[in-house]
Design a binder for this molecule. Structure first.
Ligand code: SAH
Length: 347
């Protein structure tokens, strides 16, 4: 009998159809509901004009309809980046980012409220994790931004607050829902999941038969340095992480991205570039360099533009594909979790 954790927007079409049938309604109602939620991105049952009132009240009695409330918006003056702070139904706040590129709009979403991974340069993790987001709450970030801006979302990156592979089941269900041809139908190739490297779950993800992109937050060229920046490095060695990435590539054929936040004097030396080149040799990968975004709780300083270019050149000499990420929205608390933290502090 119903329940399915009472979260209607996290149900796939089969689950929804079963519920609707159990309610004694014709199956086509499930498809209508599913389209209202995932194609028309309705904010509530009220908007569903072709659903009978009797069914709506039955649904309302038995299921919650998640929705986000916009509590803050920061718009960059440097580019068209917009950073949204949303309140969830339980009052927790999360942030999501809208970025406009030549290819179209990309949305960066959070996968958890806070994070428990403890990366030293990251603002999202300072107060730990509160909870993982539901599939519906991850979808809601995309749907809300799409509605508010009136733009079609071409790409989604799960690179906001939280560790997606620490909220594995919900993230996998989110991927299935977002890419469902009966629903929002975002191509899996346009979806990227970024992880600090929870090795067993990278293997698991490789077995899901997805075509999504994997980004690995590497940030160091040897285990000693990685341990200083990322506590997860105490659990898995770089070799174990890279083996998992290689397996992901072998299974899916999707190109890998390695994220490397450049911290001045910590991981941006010539020796780092040489070690990194050795590590990544032969991998079908792109290295994404991003000068670390300083957060006020820490003393890390970003590598300057010239240093980043030099680091890039050194990798390129070893035939590694490298990009320096455009620092979108730097003027608006661009780094992970900074807007949310500011909000929590003000309260
Ligand atoms: N937990 C996931 C996804 C969220 S973080 C992960 O670790 O990949 C998204 C990316 O931003 C990661 O590469 C993360 O290491 C990086 N990041 C976090 N804070 C940053 C900061 N202040 N400056 C630069 N990069 C940062």
């Amino acid at each position: 009998m119903y329940d399915l954790n009472r979260d209607i927007k996290s149900l796939n079409l089969d689950e929804l159809t079963a519920v609707i049938k159990e309610m004694g309604e014709p199956a086509f109602r499930a498809k209508q509901l599913y389209q209202w939620m995932h194609v028309k991105m309705a904010r509530s049952y009220d908007e569903m004009t072709n659903i009978p009132a009797s069914l709506k009240s039955k649904l309302m009695e038995n299921f919650d309809f998640t929705s986000l409330k916009q509590v803050d918006l920061q718009e960059s003056k440097l580019d068209e980046t917009k950073k949204f702070l949303f309140a969830l139904s339980d009052g927790n706040v999360i942030e999501s980012v809208f970025m406009k590129y030549k290819f179209g709009v990309s949305v960066c979403i959070s996968s958890q409220v806070g994070c428990r991974m403890g990366c030293k340069f990251c603002a999202s993790t300072i107060d730990g994790v509160v909870r993982g987001l539901l599939p519906s709450e991850m979808l809601d970030q995309i749907y809300a931004i799409s509605r508010i801006t009136g733009e079609k979302v071409a790409r989604v990156v799960v690179m906001g607050s939280g560790e997606p592979l620490d909220n594995y089941d919900n993230v996998v269900k989110f991927v299935r829902l977002l890419s469902d041809p009966n629903g929002h139908n975002l191509g899996q190739r346009n979806l990227t999941i970024s992880t600090c490297g929870i090795v067993p779950n990278i293997y698991k993800l490789a077995d899901e038969d997805f075509a999504i992109n994997l980004a690995l937050s590497l940030h160091a060229s040897n285990d000693e340095k990685r341990k200083e920046l990322m506590p997860i490095a105490n659990t898995y060695t770089i070799k174990e992480v890279l083996d998992a990435c290689r397996a992901y590539f072998d299974k899916t054929g999707r190109q890998l991205t390695f994220e490397y936040s450049l911290v001045s004097g910590v991981n941006d030396t010539d020796k780092d570039a040489a070690e990194l080149s050795d590590l990544l040799k032969g991998l079908n990968a792109v290295v994404n360099l991003i000068p670390v975004n300083p957060i006020k709780e820490r003393t890390f300083k970003p590598t300057d533009r010239k240093g980043a270019e030099q680091f890039k050149n050194k990798l390129e000499k070893s035939h590694i594909n490298v990009t320096i990420r455009r620092e979108m929205g730097r003027d608006i608390d661009g780094a992970c979790g900074q807007l949310r933290r500011r909000h929590l502090e003000e309260k």
